[in-house]
Ligand binder design. Structure first.
Ligand SMILES: Nc1ncnc2c1ncn2[C@@H]1O[C@H](COP(=O)(O)OP(=O)(O)O)[C@@H](O)[C@H]1O
Ligand SMILES: Cc1cn([C@H]2C[C@H](O)[C@@H](COP(=O)(O)OP(=O)(O)O)O2)c(=O)[nH]c1=O
Length: 199
């Protein structure tokens, strides 16, 4: 089972993924979380470059795909093969939204990501860029895009995505967001467990 948690910077992804891992472990699920960009050499290079903003959108796209190839080969596939529930803090929907918002062709970005395992469920934490940036400032996270216009485009691309996507209003209090996300995830897990004839 592969679940992706997506949304703009400051939408609550890291908070929600940590919460989901705890709650699923409490319920006896064998669960693991990974994040993109990863902590690999590719992920480190990406963070460095994003701060310097010195490469073209095409170059940036190539780096994120390289990082994902590493992540899928070394983390995601082995975990799925051993029967774990894998929760991604960002996945290829971020590439579609962020590199799409830079003007790259969304169809091309989707095609480049067809090689990767498709999530069974995608949760989009939807929040306004204004609220998100306030939260990030509160956490003093050096964010690559303080640009509201850009984050608006990123948000709209997230909201345009279809198939297995559930949009959660993340503008609300974190406890309400946690409650709604957990409900969707548990419903999905129980449904797929029944389908696979689980005990
Ligand atoms: N629904 C929420 N209401 C208020 N604060 C939130 C909410 N979700 C997250 N936060 C806070 O906003 C900051 C960014 O959250 P985080 O989970 O790191 O977001 P992301 O991983 O999407 O960038 C953190 O300080 C977190 O505690
Ligand atoms: C995975 C991914 C992230 N990003 C962006 C979103 C963020 O602004 C930035 C860093 O991701 P972020 O989730 O902020 O990672 P960290 O908190 O570990 O630095 O990368 C893309 O532009 N494309 C992608 O494919």
């Amino acid at each position: 089972m592969l679940i992706a948690v997506e949304g703009i910077d400051g939408s609550g992804k890291t908070t929600i993924v940590r919460f989901l891992v705890e709650e699923l472990k409490k319920r006896g699920y064998d669960v693991v979380a990974f994040k993109e960009p990863t902590d690999s050499e590719y992920g480190k290079k990406i963070r460095q470059i994003l701060k310097e903003r010195k490469i073209s959108p095409e170059e940036e796209l190539k780096l994120f795909i390289k990082d994902r190839e590493f992540n899928v080969r070394n983390n995601i596939l082995p975990a799925l093969k051993s029967g774990k529930v894998v929760i991604m803090d960002r996945y290829y929907y971020s590439t579609i939204a962020y590199q799409g918002a830079l003007g790259l062709d969304i169809g091309k970005i989707k095609t480049l990501n067809e090689q990767f395992p498709k999530p069974d469920l995608v949760i989009i934490l939807d929040v306004s860029p204004e609220t998100a940036l306030k939260r990030i400032k509160a956490k003093r996270k050096p964010d690559r895009f303080e640009d509201l216009e850009y984050l608006r485009k990123v948000r709209n691309i997230f909201l345009s995505l279809k198939n297995n996507i559930v949009v959660i209003d993340a503008e609300r209090d974190i406890e309400e967001v946690k409650r709604d996300v957990l409900k969707v995830v548990l419903e999905h897990l129980e449904k797929s467990f029944k389908r696979s004839g689980g005990m």
